[in-house]
Ligand binder design. Structure first.
Ligand SMILES: *Cc1c(COP(=O)(O)O)cnc(C)c1O
Length: 461
């Protein structure tokens, strides 16, 4: 063990030093991967020195998702205290099914979930759990919705034509989960949005009414807090009125921006969240913890038990169900994802979490102001969002993003809303500073200037 820890320590220090100089890793086309790197496995083992050299080559050529050159996905940066927590959970290697195997780590998870429920304004009846990512916590929300609608479903299977409502801007996990849940992709209604990317509540109501008239069974409204492209927030107050009127489960997919819960300044975007049935948030997005750390909280935790408990005499041998969270989990063996978030929270306090969220919006304002004040840019962003959407000099977004990647300049992606396709810069990395955002634009502009021949051809095409 000692030797492995030493290797780890050396490799990480070398990597961090190199990242400071080179925020974007060497681009290796997938077609060249196996020629460039020795990834083969062989019959006999190798020495520690050979292993270290091989690992160094591997980690140095791996995309750098924590640097100020990464704006590609909805995570980024490193919150070092969260990393400390995650490293400890690897060393401890508990499974979060039983108190017998995880002891106080169960308490860590319970305290974390309790605190989130309290912030929402929910009482002791509420509860929650963690699962490996927002797709999975959304899946749990859907299963509870399905089972709450008809409690015989868990035993008899789906035997009604159930329907689910989500906006066209929502995450793809909803149709995928509908397939898993036996509801079926075809029974997901994709509701149109307004000009700001928010679900159109009038269309939602009409669609539900039309389905009820056809004798269908609406079981779930899925609202989004932070849509994937624009980072828009659906109107939870109106959605919860509709959900109540038609007696439909309301889930909020806050995987991306649900962490606005921690910000006094921005939590108005999830106004009404106390009225929903379940709520998902990914701490590995806005909170900057390592992947993955996804929480689902439920206003009435008996739904968790109804949908996910199963007796297993070989597993649950001691302690009360309250401390055996395997009874409310999608999984059996379960990694301790709570500790990293708890260590971060313990270290910086709730006000520190608030600063992390507010910083992202402040960086977004820097980027949005830049785009809006420079005539070479076309702006497609909405206000108060951590996604800045723009085009530069009319160059197709796909081309510019791909070339930036292939030249190891910047990792940034593109998205579409309605008729437009644009570069989408996400300011999710709270360890960035204003200078890093300005450097992004500087890099982009000088890259385009250097490759003017390529880009002018693209414009003519
Ligand atoms: C990221 C995201 C998800 C999926 O979360 P994973 O942890 O990647 O599975 C779901 N919904 C939204 C809105 C997201 O941004």
């Amino acid at each position: 063990m000692e030797q492995s820890l030493e290797i780890f320590d050396r490799l990480v220090r070398e990597l961090l030093a190199d990242e400071a100089q080179n925020p974007v890793a060497e681009y290796i086309p997938s077609a060249n991967l196996y020629a460039r790197l020795d990834l083969k496995l062989q019959k006999d083992g190798i020495s520690a020195a050979e292993l270290e050299a091989s690992l160094k080559d591997l980690i140095f050529t791996t995309p750098r998702t924590a640097t100020n050159g990464f704006f590609n996905q909805l995570f980024g940066g490193r919150q070092d205290k969260a990393i400390l927590g995650d490293l400890l959970s690897v060393i401890l290697n508990n499974s979060m099914a039983t108190y017998k195997a995880a002891g106080p780590q169960i308490g860590v998870e319970k305290v974390l979930l309790r605190e989130v429920c309290d912030m929402i304004g929910w009482d002791e009846k509420s509860g929650g759990t963690l699962a490996p990512g927002g797709s999975m916590t959304n899946f749990m929300g859907m299963l509870m919705a399905r089972d709450a609608y008809n409690e015989t479903t868990r035993h008899a299977g789906v035997h009604q034509k159930m329907t689910v409502y989500t906006s066209i801007e929502s995450h793809y996990s909803t149709p995928k989960n509908a397939a898993f849940a036996g509801i079926g992709r075809d029974n997901v209604r994709h509701i149109s949005t307004d000009a700001y990317g928010r679900m159109d509540m009038a269309v939602l109501r009409q669609t539900i009414e039309a389905d009820l008239e056809k004798g269908l069974h609406p079981v779930l409204i899925n609202c989004t807090a932070g849509t994937t492209v624009l980072a828009a927030f659906d109107d939870l107050r109106t959605a919860s009125e509709i959900a109540k009127e038609f007696n439909i489960w309301l889930h909020v997919d806050g995987a991306y921006c649900g962490s606005v819960l921690f910000s006094d300044k921005y939590k108005h975007q999830i106004d009404g969240v106390e009225n929903v049935d379940s709520f998902t948030l990914n701490a590995h997005k806005m909170m900057g913890t390592p992947l993955s750390c996804s929480l689902i909280v439920v206003k009435d935790k008996t739904h968790l038990k109804n949908s996910f408990s199963n007796d297993a005499s070989y597993l649950y041998q001691t302690d009360h169900d309250e401390f055996n969270p395997g009874k409310t989990s999608l999984q059996c063996g379960r990694r301790n994802d709570a500790l990293k978030f708890w260590v971060l929270w313990k270290s910086v306090g709730t006000s520190g979490l608030e600063r992390i969220v507010d910083k992202q919006f402040a960086l977004a304002d820097v980027a949005r102001d830049y785009v809006r004040n420079h005539p070479d840019y076309t702006d497609y962003s909405i206000d108060d969002s951590v996604a800045i959407c723009f085009n530069y000099k009319g160059i197709p977004a796909e081309d510019i993003c791909t070339l930036l990647y292939e030249h190891s300049e910047l990792l940034v992606g593109y998205g579409s809303f309605r008729e437009d396709t644009f570069i989408r810069l996400v300011t999710i990395n709270a360890t960035n500073e204003k200078a890093d955002i300005l450097k992004f634009f500087e890099t982009l502009e000088s890259f385009v200037a250097e490759h003017e021949d390529v880009f002018s051809k693209l414009l003519l095409a």
